[in-house]
Design a protein around this ligand. Structure first.
Ligand SMILES: Cc1cc2nc3c(=O)[nH]c(=O)nc-3n(C[C@H](O)[C@H](O)[C@H](O)COP(=O)(O)O)c2cc1C
Ligand SMILES: [Fe+2]
Ligand SMILES: [Fe+2]
Length: 443
């Protein structure tokens, strides 16, 4: 699809409706859009290309849009393959085109496309300009949003920021402007899932870009994925600011749980009811069903998270371990966690969750925890009540900044875990009877 957005500005939109997975691991519900832009002025200019899956459509759209005109300039903001599959073809069609690209971008281009033949190359730096007649692009470095070579550009004539991957979403374009999407909640959900999973690790760099954007008079964001933003710009900025500062969107609690046989789910059911009765906003991620992209995105909404997981082969059930590694990997910060574990002979999910959380920035756990021994019992329920109350009402003097100064010692034979500040040499394993020499410190 080609759509004129403004005087001389055209969107070349390529939707891949059949795409089910993005970047090899992130499920898509509706497919994915790959956007490029053309400016027709005294000079002609192409901004970026598209993914290999929509390459033919992109080339057709480009030719239709140019309608026989030669291409004078070719701006490449970002070298990730989902936007660069058309580079070699464009250079073949327009061998004398002048390419504007950052120095690092050019180095990556030569890595990806050693065969690319660029006759006219301009390496752009922060503040450089490209005049097309009425339109003039000013380049702004956006390193690590979310690759190192990224530049964005601002067209003062039509007050448009070509924002590369920033302000994108996991969706196809059915309405060009984001304000026209009927289901605004669903759009925000896909914008959040896109931001947190693709850009989420680089909050500090996004903050730097937002500060630069504040100095510009912007009436349109033109991203490389998803719809264009005009009247929704304040919404986009509000959420990007929160997400990149790792601040909560809403007061409330997220419950992240998983189970092998189903007993841990009973704890989730109870907490779910309890929070409802307490009138506390809450949501849940069932790691047995929901994928990690959803778990990560929902974890950006709330600053209080209850984790429920079974012990598995003397370790943490892999789904919970993977979730916490995804959180660690995306630099998630500013959360308070409550820990609930399950185990039948030597529960240790709790200490392993705490160990991972201790590596997160500005995250803490509340002191009250629950160890479920196989199945949830009546006597466990008041502890779940306390966990909900402590987490919701906040009890900051009690909250563990570091989870514990205690250490955990594991019996190498049976897996029994002893929690103590030190291991007494006279200690004997209550499960298998082995002496302290059989114990190893695990944290
Ligand atoms: C393959 C496997 C390994 C397990 N390893 C441990 C273990 O090392 N320590 C432990 O206490 N329980 C272990 N368990 C038991 C479960 O953690 C325990 O039965 C728990 O109650 C399961 O909770 P669920 O019903 O919510 O799945 C293991 C279970 C399975 C299937
Ligand atoms: Fe990218
Ligand atoms: Fe992208």
């Amino acid at each position: 699809m080609i759509k004129q957005l403004d005087k001389g500005l055209y969107l070349l939109n390529q939707n891949n409706y059949g795409q089910r997975i993005f970047e090899g691991e992130i499920p898509l519900k509706k497919g994915m859009s790959y956007n490029a832009y053309v400016i027709l002025d005294d000079k002609t200019c192409l901004l970026d290309t598209a993914d290999v899956s929509v390459l033919d459509e992109f080339i057709d759209n480009l030719k239709t849009c140019l309608n026989g005109k030669l291409l004078d300039y070719f701006v490449i903001h970002h070298l990730e393959p989902d936007h660069t599959a058309g580079i070699v073809e464009v250079l073949k069609l327009f061998p004398n085109v002048t390419v504007y690209i950052s120095s690092l971008g050019y180095a990556l281009l030569k890595q990806f496309f050693p065969e690319a033949d660029i006759k006219n190359l301009v390496r752009v730096n922060e503040g450089d300009k490209l005049n097309l007649g009425h339109h003039e692009l000013t380049f702004v470095n956006a390193p690590m949003v979310h690759w190192p070579e990224v530049v964005v550009s601002y067209d003062a004539y039509i007050k448009t920021l070509f924002s590369a991957d920033a302000f994108g979403s996991f969706t196809v374009i059915n309405n060009v402007d984001s304000s026209e999407y009927e289901d605004q909640d669903e759009l925000l959900y896909e914008e959040r899932r896109y931001y947190t999973n693709i850009v989420g690790k680089y909050g500090d760099q996004v903050q730097a870009l937002l500060k630069k954007a504040q100095t510009l008079d912007i009436k349109r964001f033109a991203p490389l994925h998803g719809p264009i933003h005009t009247s929704r710009i304040p919404t986009c900025l509000k959420y990007y600011d929160l997400w990149s500062k790792y601040e909560k969107e809403e007061d409330g609690v997220l419950i992240v749980y998983c189970s092998i046989y189903g007993h841990s789910v009973k704890a989730y059911d109870y907490i779910n009811d309890k929070l409802t009765k307490m009138n506390v906003e809450h949501d849940a991620v069932n790691l047995n069903h929901d994928d990690f992209s959803i778990a990560l995105a929902k974890s950006f909404i709330y600053d209080r998270i209850i984790l429920i997981a079974p012990t598995f082969n003397m370790g943490l059930f892999p789904l919970m371990r993977s979730y916490l590694l995804v959180m660690q990997d995306h630099n998630v910060r500013n959360k308070t966690f409550a820990l609930i574990e399950n185990g039948s002979w030597a529960p240790q999910a709790k200490s392993l969750m705490a160990k991972l959380i201790n590596t997160f920035k500005n995250c803490q756990t509340i002191p009250t925890t629950l160890t479920i021994k196989s199945s949830l019992k009546k006597e466990d329920l008041p502890i779940l009540d306390s966990i909900c109350e402590e987490l919701v009402k906040g009890n900051s003097d009690k909250i563990n900044k570091k989870t514990s100064n205690l250490h955990h010692f594991r019996c190498k034979l049976c897996g029994f875990i002893l929690e103590a500040d030190k291991l007494d040499s006279s200690f004997k394993c209550p499960l298998c009877g082995k002496d302290s020499s059989f114990f190893e410190m695990i944290d």
